[in-house]
Write a protein that binds this ligand. Structure first.
Ligand SMILES: Cc1cc2nc3c(=O)[nH]c(=O)nc-3n(C[C@H](O)[C@H](O)[C@H](O)COP(=O)(O)OP(=O)(O)OC[C@H]3O[C@@H](n4cnc5c(N)ncnc54)[C@H](O)[C@@H]3O)c2cc1C
Length: 605
């Protein structure tokens, strides 16, 4: 049976009405729009559609393709096949480097098609806590707090409350923490995934960490363990679980068509164009295929929404950044803004598994081979993770703030000791005083094994990202510096050891055949665990911080109105403005940031 969905898509591709999606540079080259936006990912689509809905002409320029008909993108459960076909691949596959610029074996995933990372992400949906959002305001960002940001998270969400059958299999909902009238569908899968395995994991988490099962990840005050909801919806006509990316939710649907909105795909923004007063007047862009560079003019503003790994390089190519970086690539410095590309963060994860007894390996209640990542998520605070050592580590954290700040500045990951101290003080207080979770444990199963994936949740390690060439289309140098902070490494080792302990609890005894801990012996030392973790770590893909919203004197890149310091008519509206990690996955946060950005822009007109 056909769903109505492909009809919507067809209408847009023909350009019959509404939003224009094109790969022809002439729709933008030499033209003028009220607003021009770099990137048609999550934040670009949110901001672009909100501005065009008010009658402003908006152009989004997206480096990647329009892959709306790619089943690996619209069918949430085909996510695992996303990278199989290079022609329909929606991923930058950035290379990670060490401090010396040597490539690391780790590749970095980041969405490269309309919808950006929301087109390829894990779709896990839950919110940060009010405590951490309020900490954002305390870093010098008036108006950015839980009272102003939670309403945006509610406004965008269309929650489908779990059915009785889903609740029986682990789902829950605290209605006050969700929205029911937004455009982004949020739900539990139909049917629920691996309910027996979920129950076993929850029982083991209670035994090892003392955290009981909770109805709703979003309704936590700090730590929590609960079944996961995703940005998905069950399409009963097509009988598929559909991904609710920013593009499928806000851009493609027939009801969202806007004559004032144009999306130019397969064109890369190289830089921002400024007039002599440092007002942004447009963007330079081109196609990697012919290499020809064009310009487009912005009547009102230029908005950067290329994400944490692409917005800083655009700023640097435009002459906004630190002198030493720009000079090494022959770029004239227009604004001295050394914070561009610094303070980069993601959460370094890895995992370990236990082999399931053959009799259980074929039970879909334990192993279903469906591809919706992370059916149970547990967030653990410093007490739950370290037990009796918690106080000792809390004292060390508080005492070492200055040392940590100096080290981050010395390595080129923070601008100055004052700013780094403010930042590390805020994060340290979240960890030690507010008891925000410091690690995430994801409980999963794959054919023949039960698997735990885990990462430090609010890392203190800081990396950086900069241009690596004067070529406008060249990839940046991404230096994550994962686990370079000793506390992050302690958290990593402890959660890995505790994850193994999960499988040794009574709930697992009837179903586990053997522990499979790649390359780490049962009696491994902490140093061996650390070596294993470091060599297997990958990014959880929640990159942020690289164009941080902080005071300029503290190393900030944008003001609380998201304007790039030293310029006018130029704002950053994507994940890169968030100065520290939150204890949820980042989508809900970025939906809030970008909606608030649009309202700030509209209010300024
Ligand atoms: C693999 C993966 C899994 C994830 N899982 C989850 C999850 O389960 N839950 C969750 O909450 N979050 C998850 N995230 C994170 C979440 O998707 C991001 O935080 C969010 O999409 C960031 O939004 P953004 O607008 O900043 O960037 P993006 O959504 O990445 O959009 C940036 C866009 O800009 C485009 N672009 C880049 N450079 C240029 C240029 N020079 N010119 C033109 N266009 C350009 C890119 O192609 C992209 O389309 C995941 C991310 C990834 C990559």
């Amino acid at each position: 049976m056909l769903s109505l969905y492909p009809l919507t898509v067809l209408a847009i591709s023909l350009g019959a009405f509404g939003t224009k999606i094109s790969t022809d540079s002439s729709v933008a080259s030499g033209r003028t729009f009220d607003y021009v936006v770099a990137g048609a990912g999550l934040s670009g689509i949110v901001v672009g559609t909100k501005l065009s809905a008010q009658g402003y002409s908006v152009l989004l320029i997206e480096a990647g393709k329009d892959l709306q008909n790619n089943s690996a993108i619209y069918n949430a459960e085909l996510r695992g096949t996303l990278n199989d076909n290079p022609a329909t691949d929606c991923n930058w596959h950035y290379v990670a480097s060490d401090q010396n610029g040597t490539a690391l074996p780790m590749k970095i995933d980041s969405g490269k098609c309309i919808g950006g990372s929301s087109s390829i992400n894990g779709m896990v949906w839950y919110r940060p806590t009010s405590t951490e959002l309020d900490a954002l305001e305390s870093l010098g960002n008036p108006g950015w707090n839980s009272t102003t940001m939670f309403p945006y998270m509610k406004a965008i969400e269309h929650n489908h409350p779990p059915s009785a059958a889903q609740r029986a299999d682990g789902a829950g909902l605290v209605r006050s923490h969700h929205g029911f009238h937004g455009l982004v569908n949020v739900s539990f899968p139909v049917p629920m995934r691996i309910p027996a395995a979920q129950a076993i994991y929850k029982a083991a988490v209670l035994l090892v960490f003392g955290i009981p099962d909770s109805p709703d990840l979003s309704a936590r005050k700090n730590s929590v363990s609960a079944s996961t909801s995703w940005t998905i919806w069950w399409d009963p006509v097509a009988q598929v679980t559909r991904r609710a990316s920013a593009a499928y939710s806000l851009l493609y649907p027939e009801s969202q068509q806007q004559d004032t909105l144009t999306v130019l795909a397969e064109h890369t923004v190289s830089k921002v164009i400024f007039n002599k007063d440092m007002k942004a007047t447009g963007l330079e862009f081109g196609s990697v295929i012919d290499g020809v560079l064009h310009t487009v003019n912005a009547k009102y503003e230029v908005l950067l929404a290329a994400g944490s790994l692409a917005t800083p390089p655009i700023l640097e190519r435009s002459g906004v950044g630190s002198k030493s970086v720009l000079k090494s690539f022959g770029i004239k410095q227009l604004v001295d803004l050394p914070g561009v590309g610094l303070n980069l963060q993601d959460q370094p994860g890895t995992g370990l598994s236990a082999l399931v007894q053959p009799a259980n390996a074929s039970s879909p209640l334990i192993i279903d081979n469906r591809n919706l990542f992370a059916p149970v998520i547990s967030l653990l605070n410093i007490d739950e993770l370290f037990g009796n050592d918690s106080t000792k580590f809390s004292v060390q954290l508080q005492n070492n703030i200055k040392v940590r700040a100096k080290a981050a500045v010395a390595i080129g990951a923070e601008v100055n000791i004052k700013g780094a101290t403010e930042l590390f003080t805020a994060v340290t207080n979240l960890i030690t005083k507010d008891k925000m979770p410091i690690t995430e444990l994801v409980s999963e199963s794959y054919p023949a094994v039960m698997t735990s994936v885990f990462w430090p949740l609010v890392p203190l390690s800081r990396g950086h990202i900069h241009i690596n060439s004067s070529d406008p289309f060249a990839a940046p140098r991404v230096t994550p510096r994962f686990l370079s902070d000793d506390f992050d490494l302690k958290v990593a080792v402890q959660i890995a050891k505790q994850a193994r302990a999960l499988y040794q609890t009574a709930p697992f005894a009837p179903i586990i055949a053997e522990l499979v801990v790649d390359a780490v012996a049962v009696n491994a030392t902490d140093a061996e665990w650390a070596a294993w973790y470091t060599s297997t770590a990958f990014g959880a893909s929640h990159w942020l911080g690289s164009s941080a919203m902080r005071p300029r004197k503290s190393g900030g890149v944008v003001s609380p109105t998201l304007e790039v310091y030293g310029t006018s008519g130029l704002r950053v509206v994507d994940a890169s403005v968030m100065p520290f990690q939150v204890t949820s996955h980042s989508m809900s946060l970025v939906y809030a940031i970008s909606q608030k950005a649009a309202d700030i822009i509209l209010a300024s007109r």
